[in-house]
Design a protein around this ligand. Structure first.
Ligand code: PGA
Length: 251
């Protein structure tokens, strides 16, 4: 049985006071015993948020990291630095990083190994653009991204990874994939994971859905057989809507 996992991706929003207020609100409104819950604040506020979540069931994640362990990489943050300040997770290959910062399956794959070496749980994002969906390429795009991003992992390593399916056309647009559209891709991803890592590992890996997840669509999405949680952007910036999505995962 896969434990549902809800993560909030705050992206480049909030300042210190509002970030601390939000994480306090999340800690107060979320009980995470049957659902795994994490927040992913902007990197500079991770230490402030770590202090607030300390002793609670809410986990902490980063939105990005360096593919190298240490050294002369100006401006970068390593996996060891993230674990050092209390992170347990890192989002890798979010579509905004692929779109605006040139990340590719290859660079995501390098970061993935660095994250695992640094004892972080990676949340590896994949998803097709609207143009790719409309031209019937969704399955091919997803297969390429899953195989490329997870290339070279052992089955043991793969079992610790979280995959997030985030159709690019649904991110921040208010357009959600229908539960059927999302489930179709999630089932495909699970099948691919089975081919790559074996059926038992594929059954254990959590696959989150992301893209305009809101309290009012979360129950239906999370009710699908292969949807094991959500990566939430906009609706994670308010403690009450994020808590409502966590509650939907328990339902
Ligand atoms: P959204 O973002 O919920 O605002 O669509 C999701 C994401 O990018 O992870």
């Amino acid at each position: 049985m896969r434990k549902p996992f809800i993560a909030g991706n705050w992206k480049m929003n909030l300042l210190r006071d509002s970030a601390v207020a939000l994480v306090k609100g999340v800690v107060d409104s979320v009980q995470g015993d049957d659902v795994e819950v994490a927040v992913c604040p902007p990197a500079v506020y991770l230490p402030d948020c770590a202090a607030v979540i300390s002793g609670s069931s809410v986990g902490l994640g980063a939105q990005n990291m360096c593919d190298q362990a240490e050294g002369a990489y100006t401006g970068e943050v390593s996996a060891a630095m993230l674990t050092d300040i209390g992170c347990s997770y890192v989002i890798l290959g979010h579509s905004e990083r692929r779109q605006y910062y040139g990340e590719t399956d290859e660079s995501v794959n390098k970061k993935l190994f660095a994250a695992l070496a640094g004892k972080l749980v990676p949340i590896v994002c994949v998803g097709e653009t609207l143009q790719e969906r409309e031209s019937g390429k969704t399955a091919d795009v997803i297969a390429t991204q899953v195989k490329g991003s997870l290339a070279g992992l052992s089955s043991e390593q793969a079992a610790t990874v979280v995959v997030a399916y985030e159709p690019v056309w649904a991110i921040g647009t208010g357009k959600t994939a229908s539960p059927e559209q999302a489930e179709e891709v999630h089932a495909q991803i699970r099948g691919l994971l089975g081919e790559l890592f074996g059926a038992d590992v594929a059954e254990a890996i959590r696959i989150q859905y992301g893209g305009s997840v809101k309290p009012d669509n979360a129950v239906e999405l999370l009710g699908q057989a292969n949807i094991d949680g959500a990566l939430v952007g906009g609706a994670s910036l308010k403690a009450d809507s994020f808590a409502a999505i966590v509650a939907a995962a328990k339902a």
